[in-house]
Design a protein. Structure first.
Length: 253
């Protein structure tokens, strides 16, 4: 049984922080943005497209539309966020796409697209935010990788490669950008999001996917968001360069 989503325990933990969250239109990114707003942060919610625009009336929310693979688009979005909030204290890169082709069947275009969004997009957003994060005290970056980046299985070659790259990139910048900026990585297992639901039926999630996990179920977006909240908050002030598996016990990393 998944936990009931609750933002109550987050109240006050990010007061005064200004955070950019990518992939904020749905899934894990949406859960993170909502939790951070509940925690008192000002949140720039960035995604490639919005079918429904949330929080239009929230005084601390800014909805941005940008393609993270397009440097100019990202620069413009970051400029708007900084202008609205007066700076940035944190970044969460939650945008990503999946691919389930066999390695000998994935097209070169699809391979490049997965790497471009998941890995290069993370790089582009981090670089765009860097000057503003360096100007802020106790700045943070949380990059979303995947359990596939730790312990991949078949039909995930492009996706696993991109997510393993996120881990290595994050560890590198954690060294390069310290001590001004703390950089950490979260590796979720299967989580109940539109991306996961698009790849599995209800029966397969229950009978095939859930048994891979020691807890016997897939995760809820709020469970990943809570991990991002910890790594972004002052409670994790001595934590940088880690790879945190939030995967219900699939990898035991």
């Amino acid at each position: 049984m998944q936990p009931e989503a609750s933002n109550a325990s987050a109240q006050g933990r990010l007061i005064g922080r200004r955070i950019l969250v990518t992939g904020a239109a749905s899934g894990i990114g949406r859960a993170i943005a909502e939790l951070f707003l509940a925690a008192g942060a000002s949140v720039a919610m960035l995604d490639r497209q919005w079918s429904v625009t949330p929080h239009q009336e929230h005084p601390r929310a800014l909805v941005l539309e940008a393609d993270i693979t397009d440097g100019e688009s990202v620069d413009a979005a970051v400029f708007r966020a900084v202008g609205m909030f007066g700076g940035l204290d944190g970044l969460v890169n939650a945008a990503g796409i999946s691919n389930t082709d066999w390695a000998d069947q994935v097209t070169l275009d699809d391979w490049r697209k997965v790497l471009d969004v998941n890995l290069t997009g993370t790089f582009i957003v981090c670089r765009a935010c860097l000057p503003h994060l360096r100007a802020a005290p106790a700045a943070t970056i949380v990059n979303l990788s995947s359990g596939q980046g730790l312990q991949p299985f078949s039909r995930r070659s492009a996706y696993a490669a991109s997510k393993a790259g996120v881990i290595a990139f994050s560890k590198s910048i954690a060294m390069e950008w310290a001590p001004e900026i703390r950089v950490n990585t979260i590796c979720p297992g299967a989580v109940d999001t539109p991306m996961v639901r698009a790849g599995y039926s209800e029966d397969s999630l229950r009978d095939q996917v859930a048994p891979r996990y020691a807890l016997g179920r897939i995760g809820a977006p709020i469970e990943i968001a809570q991990a991002a909240l910890y790594l972004t908050s002052a409670e994790a002030s001595f934590v940088t360069g880690i790879v945190l598996a939030v995967d219900g016990g699939r990898s035991y990393h």
